[in-house]
Write a protein that binds this ligand. Structure first.
Ligand SMILES: NC(=O)c1ccc[n+]([C@@H]2O[C@H](COP(=O)([O-])OP(=O)(O)OC[C@H]3O[C@@H](n4cnc5c(N)ncnc54)[C@H](O)[C@@H]3O)[C@@H](O)[C@H]2O)c1
Length: 418
């Protein structure tokens, strides 16, 4: 078997950690039990480009139980858990191409190896497989039934391909399922981003001024959790509706240049480029901590920081301290890559249970419906979304009310008033 990982001797450590995550993924476990019997992915080659974490391993084992012939590569050079890669290779015979800390060249070589598998289904987190296929590996297009996309930034890239009429196969936007972004982006990113900042710095949140750039699904989660730890949270936005929501949720809202003078910890979660840049560095306080939890490492203008600093040193494992000409120091965490996966372990398994249940069921959906799908970005079918919500509630032991007959009739009625 062909693979490229850091160290195969880490396999048993990885296996235990995967087992731990599995305990918190009851919905995916149920899907795996059914997949093992029905084999809906039999004969299907699938290439996955995902953060190689314990939760991803549970998804890979589920797809393999369903009969898929799999390979996995990293969707970020710094997010791989090397013990998980080793375990997937050693215990599950799934080829992995991912090494934590790989350089950009190796990152793209690993994507190329995953594509050498000639996928019939692609599974992306950030659309790097799909964009590489469309730009460099077009010979693969004819053999592809469709693909899935995990994150907001990836879906934005795919929608832009669709709008420009260059998309060549169907894609399902897993991110847009309610059981994905309501929970993963908000509660998952909320908790794990704060976790990443704390693991990287051991900083006290209580009393700190935390600036959250972007009040989307992820930003809401980070703002909520930072406030829960006692921070004073400032939100910056470009969308008036989201800014209004942040203001009514009780946060201070202001332009980023004003926030730059007051903030002590900055987190970007916008999916946009250069949200923190030179004009902000120029007014930031000495000792400011800056990090990103958006998909790509473009949200903080690192090149400029490199240019304007007089000294740079790695003061802790995930902290680069940049000294500016006037002596102020700015601390950049995790090289500007998503801090929750760089310095912590990414989202907790309970929330990835729903995201990856969507992935597994959408792979099955593509396998069964490829001939009916066009060159478009599709939403996750409503029945899949609802089924996952129901299963998750069941697994949490939560029961809810059913509508009475009278209530159902009332809701379908349009003539009745007071
Ligand atoms: N760290 C993780 O594990 C993780 C998990 C899920 C999603 N993501 C990524 O996080 C990013 C945000 O995802 P989301 O689901 O919250 O997206 P979203 O679209 O719901 O929110 C993004 C927000 O950023 C705002 N924004 C855009 N440009 C801005 C700017 N210059 N300044 C301030 N605000 C700006 C937008 O108006 C929007 O409200 C994406 O890149 C997504 O792929 C990361």
């Amino acid at each position: 078997m062909n693979y490229d990982i850091k160290d195969i001797t880490l396999a048993s450590k990885g296996n235990l950690r995967i087992e731990w995550a599995e305990q918190y993924m009851p919905v995916l476990r149920l899907i795996r039990e059914r997949f093992a019997i029905e084999k809906p992915l039999a004969g299907i080659r699938l290439s996955a480009c995902l953060h190689v974490t314990t939760e991803t391993a549970v998804l890979m084992k589920t797809l393999k139980a369903g009969g898929a012939d799999l390979v996995v590569c990293a969707s970020n050079p710094l997010s791989t858990q090397d013990d998980v890669s080793a375990s997937l290779v050693e215990h599950d015979q799934i080829p992995v191409f991912a090494i934590k800390g790989e350089d950009n060249d190796t990152y793209y070589k690993h994507i190329a190896r995953a594509l050498d598998h000639k996928p019939m289904i692609t599974m992306d987190d950030g659309a790097d497989l799909v964009s590489t296929i469309h730009s460099e590996r077009r010979e693969l297009i004819d053999g592809i039934m469709g693909g899935t996309e995990e994150t907001t930034t990836g879906v934005i890239r795919l929608r832009s391909m669709e709008a420009n009429k260059v998309l060549m196969f169907p894609l399902v936007a897993v991110n847009d399922a309610n059981t994905k972004h309501f929970f993963d982006n908000r509660y998952g990113t909320g908790q794990s981003t704060v976790d990443g900042i704390i693991r990287a710095t051991n900083v006290l949140f209580a009393g700190k001024v935390v600036v959250v750039c972007g009040y989307g699904w992820c930003g809401r989660g980070v703002a909520m959790r930072a406030r829960g730890l006692g921070a004073n949270v400032i939100v910056t936005e470009t969308d008036p509706l989201r800014a209004l929501e942040a203001a009514m949720d009780g946060y201070s809202v202001m332009p980023s240049i004003e926030a730059a003078k007051m903030g002590e910890i900055f987190v970007t979660l916008t999916g946009n480029i250069h949200v923190i840049r030179e004009e902000h560095y120029n007014v930031m306080k000495d000792g400011t901590i800056v990090c990103n939890s958006g998909h790509f490492n473009v949200e903080i203008d690192i090149d400029t920081l490199e240019k304007i600093c007089t000294k740079k040193r790695r003061i802790r494992e995930y902290v680069d301290e940049y000294t500016l000409e006037d002596g102020r120091k700015i601390n950049l965490l995790g090289e500007g890559r998503l801090i929750n996966l760089t310095a912590a372990e990414g989202h907790p398994a309970s929330v990835m249970d729903m995201s990856f249940a969507n992935q597994a069921l959408c792979a099955e959906y593509i396998a069964k419906n490829a001939d009916k799908l066009g060159k478009k970005v599709y939403p996750v079918p409503k029945e899949i979304d609802e089924r996952i919500a129901k299963l998750k509630l069941d697994s949490m032991g939560i029961e809810i009310d059913d509508l009475t007959d009278e209530q159902q009739k009332y809701l379908a009625e349009w003539t009745m008033g007071t």
